[in-house]
Design a protein around this ligand. Structure first.
Ligand code: SAH
Length: 234
């Protein structure tokens, strides 16, 4: 199902994800078509598999981005606030930003300074003069920080986590608005990992559902990543 979605173009890749029923929401399909992965993936952008960004980090496979966007889609409305923890290449930050305009905000939290600077540069390359305005107005923020505790004190309509953690801390769940949704890989790197979808309803009740098995890099220490290479893949 996954690698079969590879295509020679961005539009072809997105069409294949839709044909495979991984994508179905027209707004999500349009936002992915408007965000050419070639700006964010240093190698083979339209292959449906992860690609190295350097430092042991990867841009996730297109089908994972598609699953995450579809899962969070009810919350990705104009004016919404989104937190992307472990934002890596910046690809999802850009897609989220298109979906929450006008009036929305997207915070990408990435602990590797080199990756975060590259992500912001890629965003500016992709969105041109519009990006400068969006960044100046703080509608998109590329924050270099440890994301394990999210952005304490703030609340979000949607939270995406791009790296796996052994358990979701209470402090992160508290950052979900009512209603709100979180898409998060849970599990130790050397053990089984699964995607969990957390949903807080309008009354504040929190439920969670296990979706499918995955293999993500860990939401961990900077040193873990620097030990895997100090060079950005460009
Ligand atoms: N969604 C991103 C995924 C990147 S891989 C993309 O598709 O491009 C996971 C990212 O999580 C890596 O860039 C890694 O550096 C980052 N990460 C790992 N631990 C982190 C932490 N404690 N705080 C913030 N970012 C972290």
């Amino acid at each position: 199902m996954a690698w079969r979605c590879s295509a020679p173009t961005n539009a072809g890749l997105v069409d294949n994800l839709a044909t495979a029923n991984i994508l179905s929401t027209p707004r999500i399909i349009a936002a992915m078509k408007a965000t050419d992965r070639a700006h964010y993936s240093p190698r083979r952008p339209y292959d449906d598999c992860p690609q190295s960004l350097g430092f042991g980090a990867t841009i996730s496979a297109p089908h994972m981005h598609a699953h995450a966007l579809e899962s969070l889609s009810p919350m990705l409305r104009p004016g919404a606030s989104v937190l992307d923890i472990g934002s890596g290449s910046g690809y999802l930050v850009s897609v989220f930003s298109k979906l929450v305009r006008p009036g929305g905000t997207v915070i990408g939290v990435e602990h590797l300074k080199e990756l975060n600077e590259a992500a912001e540069k890629r965003f500016v390359e992709e969105e041109g003069s519009l990006a400068k305005e969006i960044l100046q107005k703080n509608e998109v923020i590329f924050k270099t920080a440890d994301g394990r505790h999210g952005c304490p004190g703030e609340k979000f309509d949607a939270i995406h986590v791009g790296a796996s953690m052994p358990a979701v801390p209470e402090v992160l769940l508290e950052q979900l608005k009512s209603p709100g949704k979180m898409f998060v890989p849970v599990g130790d790197v050397n053990e089984d990992q699964y995607i969990y979808e957390y949903t807080r309803d309008a009354e504040g009740n929190l439920t969670r559902e296990r979706l499918f098995g995955v293999a993500y890099v860990p939401l961990g220490d900077v040193e873990y990543y620097y030990a895997r290479g100090r060079k950005l893949v460009e």
